[in-house]
Design a protein around this ligand. Structure first.
Ligand code: GLY
Length: 402
């Protein structure tokens, strides 16, 4: 008689925890189905037009011209296709972006464009096998792109110039936090040139390290939150000031910017194994995790005075979740457990009815914010949210299969 309530409570606890357990395979299959649906809806496909976003009241992808360096998101859809195993379409979209490596750098986004397309393609062939000539071709394009990106490096400042077109507007050499992601192209290319064990340091790795160090010194506030933009004197290299661009204001905390920092410094640690980056990225991560609401999805800006009556940013959650899974592999066990739990909590909410598009639209996720101050892509499905969501799911799947 006395044991019965205990069994009932235990059953309830188990049932609740099972219900909350994220079924990673199921979510990966969901993404693969959505991708097939996108490819069907886009047919006959014009590979020069990249699916970019779906507005909150829309049901089909809005396409952007990928044959221009101005479309910073052109690498994400090919990246999604590589990650979902749609290799034929992935290769076609990827090939269209090769021209970017061989023209003068338009801005720092060359890294985003190449990492999603050619690097994901190279990694796919490396991991799953495929045409070796294609793999070598991708490698050559990536090496050329890394050299092109490096032309934006100003050694007096120590960073890559993010927006050459905005030097006049900002009154100097501008670097934005997003730029941290583009360093992966330099690290990867350097590793290709100096040896696979990563122990060598060539010109491109020196540039990437300089950028990471200068950004660490000047881009963050004492509480480890980011400023979106840092401006430097192009001639003397002196740091001039920091300011906002895509967040609420100069003192706020733009969530995707913090997400880029978490992802970026985790990746810098991957390529350098220098503990100063590991220590630093934990501070940048912990301050953000400490601010998250109960469902673990960041508001678009964590210091928007309208919270809780403002928009969430699913893209920031997806980027952080992906980074946390990698970061959990570098830290001591208790911290690793904490980061993995946080990543799973984010992915569980993102995988819910509230965030997944399901049969409503062909993207994976709803509720991202692109650029609030510019009034663009607010509460939308955006291709980079999907890209980092599937990347995070695949990283978690790999972790669980170890
Ligand atoms: N510029 C990249 C972003 O909006 O996050």
């Amino acid at each position: 008689m006395r044991i019965r309530p205990c069994i009932w409570v235990l059953g309830l606890v188990l049932a609740t925890s099972c219900a909350q357990e994220l079924d990673v395979d199921k979510q990966v299959q969901y993404c693969q189905q959505q991708v097939k649906r996108s490819l069907n809806e886009l047919s006959p496909i014009d590979y020069q037009q990249t699916p970019r976003n779906i507005g909150p009241d829309e049901t089909h992808w809005n396409l952007k011209n990928a044959k221009t360096p101005e479309e910073w998101c052109s690498g994400f859809f090919p990246g999604i296709l590589w990650m979902c195993g749609e290799t034929e379409a992935a290769a076609r979209y990827t090939q269209e972006l090769g021209f970017l490596a061989y023209r003068p750098a338009y801005d720092h986004d060359l890294g985003f464009q190449m990492i999603g397309s050619f690097l994901k393609g190279w990694q796919y062939i490396d991991q799953h096998g495929g045409d070796l000539a294609t793999k070598e071709h991708y490698r050559q394009v990536l090496l050329a792109a890394a050299d092109t990106l490096a032309t934006l490096f100003n050694p007096r400042v120590g960073t890559i110039l993010s927006w050459p077109r905005n030097v006049g507007m900002f009154g100097g050499h501008n670097t934005i936090m997003d730029n941290m992601i583009n360093l992966e192209l330099l690290f990867w290319a350097d590793q290709q040139q100096t040896g696979d064990d990563g122990s060598g340091v060539g010109r491109l790795k020196r540039i990437a390290i300089s950028h990471a160090d200068t950004t660490m010194a000047y881009h963050f506030r004492p509480d480890a939150t980011i400023n979106h933009v840092a401006v430097y004197d192009s001639i003397t290299g002196r740091h001039l000031y920091n300011c906002n661009h895509q967040g609420y204001d100069d003192n706020s905390l733009w969530s995707r910017g913090q997400a880029w920092a978490i992802y970026g410094y985790t990746m810098v640690y991957r390529y350098t194994r220098d503990s100063k980056y590991l220590d630093f990225v934990q501070k940048v991560t912990d301050v953000m995790l400490g601010l998250l609401p109960d469902d673990h999805i960041p508001y678009w800006d964590m210091r928007d005075p309208a919270i809780p009556n403002t928009y969430r940013d699913a893209s920031a959650a997806a980027i952080i979740a992906s980074a946390l899974i990698e970061l959990s592999g570098y830290v001591e066990p208790q911290k690793a457990d904490h980061y993995l739990k946080e990543a799973k909590a984010m992915l569980t909410t993102l995988s819910s009815e509230q965030y997944q598009c399901r049969d409503r639209k062909p993207a994976f996720l709803m509720h991202s914010v692109g650029n609030m101050p510019a009034g663009s892509e607010i509460d939308a499905s955006i291709n980079y949210a999907d890209y980092y969501y599937i990347e995070a799911l695949l990283r978690l799947k790999d972790y669980q299969n170890k």
